[in-house]
Structure formats: C-alpha cells, structure tokens
Design a protein around this ligand. Structure first.
Ligand code: HEM
Length: 378
C-alpha cells in the first residue's frame, strides 16, 4: 500500500501545476481512496450515511440492513451550512450534487484531468450486461470501481489516480454516491472540454462491497483479432448499437494512452511531452484536452505518426456499418456532438439502480427533449 500511495503521490505531483500546490497537498494528504475489502458487517454499517450537517439521516437502500429498518428522511433542520440537503429521499442529494459539480470544475482547472475522469465514468458503466436482470449482478454504473479488486483489473490500469482526485470531493459530500460522483465527474469533464450539455440524470445507488464487483473481462480490448466483431460483442451486450459505438469512441478526442498502463501508445510525442498535467503518452488528437470531431478527421487521414490509432479506432473507417457514422462525424461536428451527448447519457445510466427510479436532474433547463426520453433502469 505504501508503495502504491507514493507512486500515486508522485503521479499527482507531476500532474499538477505549481499554482495548485495547496490542492496537491490536500489530495496527497487524503490517502484513503483505495478501499480495502471490508468484512461484510462493517461494510453494512459503513453504508448507513449520516449526513454531517444533520439535515438528513438516511439508510442507504443498498445497505444489507435496509430490509430490516425503514429508511428515514427528515426535513432540513437548519439552513446555515453551505452543503445543504433537501427533504427528498434519494440515493444522492441534489444540492450536494450541484456543489460537487463546482468542486469538480475547480479540480479540472488545476489538474487537467478531464480525460481520466471520462475514462473512470466509462469503466464503471461499461461492465453492464443487458442479459442479466438482477442488480448489481448486471454490472453498470454502480460505483463498484471504487474497490481495489476492480481497480486492479488490467483494463483499469491508472484509474486509481482518478479516484484519488475525486475522493476528497466524496469525503466532503456524503450525500453523493460514488456511482453518481463518477458519472458527474465524467459528464462535467467532457462538457468543460467543449461538449454541449449532456442530458444527465442522477440518483444511482452504490454497491455496498467488493463482493459485488463485476468479474474481469467485461470492457473492450484495444487489439483483438477481429476488432469489429469484438466491439459489437461488448457494446451489443450493453444494449448499444453501431451508431453509439462510433459516437462513444469519439471520446478518444480527449486524452492519451500510456504504454506503462495499457501497453498502447508511445511514451511521449511532440504533443504530450510538455503536458499539461503529467507529461507523456500518445494522444489521438493534437489538442487532446479539447472535445471536438478531430478524432474522426485524424483517424481518417492518418497523416501524423505522433497521433494514436488503436485497432479498435481504425476499424471505425473499415467496417461498412461503422464507416457511415465515422464519415458523418468527420464532416459534421454538430451531428457528432448531438449523437455523442445522447449516447454518453445512455451509457452513464446502464445497469444503474436509480433512487428515485425516474432519476434526479440537477440542471435548471431540465425539460430538454433528450431528458424527457430518459428511462432509468429499474
Ligand atoms: C471502443 C472501445 C474502447 C477501447 C478498446 C478503448 C481503449 C482505450 C485505451 C487502450 C486507452 C489508454 C489507457 C491508458 O493507457 O491510460 C484508453 C483511454 C481513454 N479512453 Fe478508451 N477505449 C474504448 C472506448 C472508450 C469509450 C466508450 C470512452 C468514453 C465514452 C473512452 C474514453 C477514454 C478516454 C477519455 C481515454 C484517455 C484517458 C487518459 O488520458 O487518461 N474509451 N481507451
């Protein structure tokens, strides 16, 4: 553990700008994120969350004790604290979700961690299997990725750094579930990078223990023997279609691949050697912190050896069905933005159990068409 924490601390040190020294110190001090596998009884007790300002006392629905006691919801007793709570019974508190979003924006400004937060949200959600009815066995966005056993899956290499960035926010807002925090961080990161508003809903219930983590091997591999067939195996299992596969792949407009994590990409390129954030890795695009349609243009042209094209990226212009969408997105950024935002919102709710079942909106302009179409998984 000590070795892992010091590795992470040095990652954070390299990742952050000098101006963020105070936050770096705070993050480094907060060294609890790797949650060990707790014994069942203590996991059950920990899942009873007392909101620290005394506004609400709620027994988490995921708690094994929830079947033994009624869930308590109380009206706010005081309003003086900055972190307020509503009287709504839900997995997460809307006011705390909004405050957490502001904190995420601050972290993004100082650490440039947009890409890894997007990858964190995707990897928590992308374990979903539509053929399994039971929650949480069906996988999906349920906060299971906070547990060490799942963070150690090969596909999740490096994501412990994302969890370390979010843990201080989780500690501050006990009325926000991990499942919601991961999806909130991902959606906020991609919007801050330039994506139009994603029609998100919140209220995801957390799994309560590491025994509820999915088995390894649910996420896609980057270099399988038949990339198109592999992508369809994985994404169809989640109930997603060819258009959504191509649109979601466009998230690689952001970020870099690091050989020491995934085995893919160059150690550094002319676009990554100076950061921002921790230098190194190979990006898919030149401006890898800006969300636009350059991923599709760059894969199509393949003119720059410093830009990454994974086998599962290349196939988007090789498979006849994928190619229709990839060509369209290379030409028409608005079409990409629209399809991406819808697919991202869908991905973020896969497998999730929402409380309340219709989900919570934290946006004032909540009556968009896409949001009205939202159907929360039961
Ligand atoms: C289509 C199948 C996919 C494959 C095979 C794949 C594979 C990979 C690999 C190998 C990396 C490099 C990880 C590292 O070395 O740190 C990566 C990074 C990334 N992936 Fe994917 N991915 C896929 C889909 C997605 C989807 C659907 C999203 C989001 C909606 C996504 C978002 C990202 C982001 C933002 C990064 C950059 C992370 C960073 O810079 O730290 N990927 N992906």
């Amino acid at each position: 553990m000590a070795e892992r924490l010091s590795t992470t601390a040095s990652y954070l040190g390299a990742c952050l700008l000098p101006a963020a020294a105070a936050r770096r110190a705070a993050v480094a001090r907060s060294s609890l994120p790797l949650l060990p596998s707790p014994p069942r009884a203590s996991a059950a007790l920990r899942s009873i969350h007392l909101i620290p300002d005394g506004h609400r006392t709620a027994l988490r629905p995921s708690s094994p004790l929830s079947s033994l006691r009624p869930r308590l919801c109380q009206r706010p007793q005081a309003t003086s604290r900055a972190i307020s709570s509503s009287a709504v019974c839900s997995a997460s508190d809307p006011a705390q979700l909004k405050s957490a979003r502001e904190d995420i924006r601050e972290v993004l400004k100082t650490t440039f961690c947009h890409p890894i937060l997007v990858r964190l949200g995707w990897h928590d959600a992308g374990t979903y299997d539509k053929n399994i009815a039971e929650w949480p066995q069906r996988g999906g966005a349920n906060g299971s990725l906070r547990f060490e056993i799942e963070l150690k899956h090969a596909a999740n290499a490096g994501l412990t750094n994302a969890l370390k960035l979010l843990q201080p926010i989780k500690d501050k807002y006990s009325g926000v579930t991990y499942a919601d925090l991961f999806q909130l961080a991902s959606a906020t990161a991609i919007e801050e990078a330039g994506c139009p508003k994603i029609p998100m809903k919140y209220g995801r219930v957390d799994v309560s223990g590491p025994e509820q983590c999915p088995p390894e091997g649910k996420l896609p591999a980057a270099g399988p023997p038949s990339p198109a067939a592999h992508l369809r195996d994985v994404f169809y299992r989640m109930g997603l279609n060819d258009k959504e596969i191509v649109a979601l792949s466009g998230a690689h407009t952001l970020g870099r691949s690091r050989p020491e994590r995934s085995g893919w990409g160059k150690p550094e390129t002319k676009y990554t050697k100076d950061g921002p954030g921790a230098p190194g890795g190979q990006s898919w695009t030149v401006q890898w912190l800006k969300f636009d349609n350059s991923y599709f243009k760059d894969i199509k042209e393949r003119r720059d050896e410093d830009l990454l094209v994974l086998p599962t990226d290349a196939v988007l212009f090789e498979d006849p069905s994928f190619k229709v969408y990839a060509e369209k997105y290379a030409e028409d950024q608005d079409a990409f933005f629209k399809d991406y935002a819808e697919a991202h919102a869908k991905l973020s709710s896969l497998g999730a159990k929402f409380d309340p079942s219709e989900g919570i909106s934290i946006d004032d302009d909540s009556k968009t068409t896409a949001q009205q179409q939202f159907v929360a998984a039961k």
